[in-house]
Design a protein around this ligand. Structure first.
Ligand code: SIN
Length: 333
């Protein structure tokens, strides 16, 4: 009796992997999102002998155009697909610009132990040394592999399997752009074989407390960047915007200018929650003095980037805006 091949569902959203440049040397400046999920899988010779594939086109956009409502729709759709007992795993093809955000959001909201792997490309698939076809093949093989169950959402790029919690885009042009500065490279795919070396410890997917099934929108959270000479205008604009949360992209250990802290601390009436993250790509933001955050009413970002802090804060605010709860979420996840 022949063994049934694993079924992987590919959900396409656009990005460079789906673009068709005008010439094989046009590695930048292309804009058209032309290839569908079917076109992308057709570019992997022989994959149908290893995996049963189905595809769907949920969006066709550059990833910088994605909105919160799109993240909700994608998460709900991926959870729905994974409920099918015939489906082994899902691959999401995605632009690289915001891939780490979508991966992290899915990691916190998809209710399944089954693999969800995001992939994309730094170069269009049809240019010289296009990285898309191999990235997609590796992602499909990882999603079909039983070892990937329970590993949380991952990004598969440049042969690496990277945990959604930790992965970030670190270069605007290199194919080895996705990295985990603080650990989180869980394994790799080599010669069509999936190898894992580490597993994530923080809660994710089936063990996350966040439930977005049936949710139509997320709480508004704004990011305010700080720097030498930073005034309080952007902070005031955020405070006046009616948002439920603010992520301050601080310097070093999430340090914020004194005037910035004073403006937030003394803002009259009910104010949005504030997470203190850092512009620095690695490390950890903790309240080392033991009282600075309590005095200011801020929440230490615990090492999440400003963009990931925003998503975590949005999800946490669907549960509670209590500061102790928010501090607990940032230290647990
Ligand atoms: C995008 O993020 O949609 C464009 C850039 C890319 O996919 O590399």
């Amino acid at each position: 009796m022949t063994q049934k091949l694993p079924h992987v569902h590919v959900v396409s959203t656009g990005g460079t992997i789906a673009s068709r440049p005008v010439s094989p040397t046009q590695t930048t400046g292309y804009s058209q999102i032309a290839l569908t999920g079917d076109d992308l899988v057709a570019g992997i010779p022989g994959i149908e002998q290893q995996v049963r594939l189905s595809t769907e086109q949920i969006f066709s956009v550059a990833s910088s155009a994605l909105k919160d409502a799109d993240l909700l729709r994608l998460s709900q759709r991926v959870s729905e697909v994974l409920e099918d007992p015939d489906v082994e795993g899902v691959v999401v093809t995605h632009g690289t610009d915001t891939m780490e955000e979508t991966a992290f959001f899915l990691n916190l909201t998809v209710r399944s132990e089954k693999p969800v792997i995001l992939t994309g490309a730094m170069r269009p698939s049809t240019v010289l040394s296009g990285d898309g076809p191999l990235n997609l093949m590796n992602a499909i093989l990882a999603a079909a592999d039983p070892q990937s169950r329970g590993m949380g959402v991952m990004v598969c790029m440049n042969d690496h399997l990277l945990a959604a919690r930790d992965v970030m885009k670190t270069s605007t042009y290199k194919v080895e752009t996705f990295r985990c500065p603080e650990g989180g490279c869980l394994g790799f795919v080599m010669g069509g074989m999936v190898h894992y070396r580490y597993a994530p410890l923080c809660p994710h997917t089936a063990h996350s407390e966040f439930d977005v099934r049936g949710l139509a929108e997320l709480p508004q959270v704004e990011v305010v960047y700080t720097h030498i000479g930073c005034g309080t205008e952007m902070l005031r604009a955020a405070l006046k915007s009616g948002c439920r949360g603010i992520v301050a992209a601080g310097t070093g250990n999430g340090s914020l200018p004194p005037e910035f802290c004073k403006t937030y601390r003394e803002w009259p009436g009910e104010k949005p929650a504030m997470v203190r993250a850092s512009r620095v790509p690695g490390g950890f933001v903790g309240d080392y003095s033991g009282k600075r955050d309590a005095e200011n009413g801020t929440v230490p970002g615990c090492g999440f980037s400003p963009q990931k802090s925003r998503l975590l804060l949005q999800l946490a605010l669907t549960v509670s805006s209590d500061r102790d709860y928010l501090c607990g979420v940032f230290s647990r996840y």
